[in-house]
Design a protein around this ligand. Structure first.
Ligand SMILES: [Zn+2]
Length: 313
C-alpha cells in the first residue's frame, strides 16, 4: 500500500515538470515539520541559522534576499519574531506570510507575569527602564511547539498548506504527514503515561520556555531568566532561587543549549543538586541537523530528564 502510493507520487512528479516551491521558516520546529512533510519536493531554508539563540536573532540583508525569493514564509509569532513586520512590508511579501500562531492553541502569560512583576519591582530601584521590558512579556507565550498537542496541530497545518500550494504532490505530502504523525503521537503517549506517575511536578529551567508542557501535565515551571534566555538575575534573585530549590525539593537545575549555564551552575552548586540540559527546541546545531537529530529526539531526551527531575516512573 505504502509502496504503491510512493510509486504513484513518483510518476506524477516525473510527468509534470513542477519546479519545487521554496519555503522559508523562522524557528527550528517549523523547519523540522516542513522538512518532514516537504522532503525533496520543496526547497527549504531556515532564516534563523542553526546554532544561534533564537530570541536574539536579527535578520541581515542576505536574509532579505532569501525571503524575496521565497514562495512561502512560515513564521511562528510576532512575539518570537518582532522584526518580521518591518521586513515583510519593505519586501511587499504580505501574501506569502503564513503565521503558525493562528493555527495552534495559545496560552497567555498572565500567570507568569505575576512572578516577573515581583522580580522587576526589585530591579526597578537600580534600573528605571526595567518596567518597559516587562511589557514584552504581556500577551501570549510564544513557545507553543513545546506542547506535543500543538506540534501535532502544526504538522497537520503545514500538510494542508503544502497541499493547497502544490496539489501536484498531494499524495507525497499526505504520506509523509501520516508517517510523521504516527511517530509524534507515539511520543505523546509516552509522555502521557510517564507524566501521570510523577510525585514532584516542579521544574526549574533557564527561561520560561516550558509553559505549554507545564499546562499539558499540571507541572509548575520556575525559571532563572524569565522570557529572555540571556537575562541575568540579580544576586538577590539567585539566592531566592537557591532557597526555592531547597524548599521545593527540586533535584535538578536545568539549563539550555545556546545560552550561558553559569547561573544554573551557581544555583545547583549552592543547593547541592544536579545540573542538566532541558532543551526547548527553539534551535539545533548545524551538525545535529546534518545527522538527522531533531525535534523528536530532543523531546525524547527531555522526557528522560523530566522523569528523573519530577520523580516519575
Ligand atoms: Zn524561548
Amino acid at each position: 500500500m505504502i509502496k504503491k502510493t510512493l510509486v504513484s507520487a513518483f510518476l506524477l512528479a516525473s510527468t509534470t515538470a513542477f519546479s519545487n516551491m521554496t519555503v522559508t521558516t523562522t524557528i527550528y520546529p517549523l523547519y523540522s515539520i516542513a522538512k518532514e512533510i516537504g522532503g525533496d519536493k520543496i526547497k527549504l531554508q531556515n532564516l534563523i541559522p542553526f546554532g544561534v539563540e533564537a530570541h536574539g536573532f536579527d535578520p541581515t540583508p542576505a536574509d532579505m534576499a532569501k525571503l524575496s525569493k521565497s514562495d512561502i514564509f512560515i513564521t511562528s509569532s510576532d512575539s518570537m519574531e518582532p522584526w518580521k513586520d518591518k521586513i515583510v512590508k519593505s519586501l511587499k511579501i504580505e501574501q506569502k506570510v503564513f503565521d503558525m500562531s493562528e493555527h495552534v492553541k495559545l496560552r497567555t502569560l498572565q500567570e507568569d507575569n505575576d512572578k516577573h512583576h515581583e522580580d522587576e519591582e526589585d530591579e526597578k530601584d537600580k534600573k528605571g527602564n526595567k518596567h518597559e521590558h516587562e511589557h514584552e512579556h504581556d500577551g501570549m507565550d510564544p513557545h507553543y511547539w513545546v506542547s506535543l498537542n500543538n506540534y501535532i496541530l502544526m504538522t497537520e497545518t503545514i500538510t494542508k498548506l503544502f497541499i493547497e500550494k502544490d496539489s501536484t504532490n498531494k499524495d507525497f505530502y499526505i504520506q509523509n504527514s501520516n508517517n510523521y504523525l504516527t511517530k509524534v503521537k507515539a511520543l505523546k503517549e509516552k509522555y502521557d503515561l510517564s507524566m501521570a506517575t510523577c510525585t514532584n511536578k516542579k521544574i526549574l529551567v533557564n527561561h520560561d520556555a516550558f509553559g505549554y508542557f507545564a499546562d499539558d501535565y499540571g507541572v509548575k515551571q520556575y525559571s532563572i531568566s524569565g522570557m529572555s534566555p540571556e537575562d541575568k538575575p540579580s544576586a538577590k534573585q539567585i539566592s531566592e532561587l537557591i532557597n526555592l530549590v531547597k524548599n521545593e525539593k527540586i533535584n535538578t537545575v536545568f539549563f539550555e543549549e545556546f545560552a550561558s549555564p553559569k547561573v544554573a551552575q551557581t544555583i545547583a552548586k549552592a543547593a547541592n543538586v544536579k545540573i542538566d540540559t532541558l532543551r526547548p527546541g527553539e534551535n539545533i546545531s548545524k551538525e545535529e541537523n546534518k545527522r538527522g537529530y531533531g525535534y523528536l529526539q530532543i523531546m525524547e531526551e527531555n522526557l528522560e530528564k523530566l522523569k528523573f527531575a519530577m520523580d516519575c516512573k
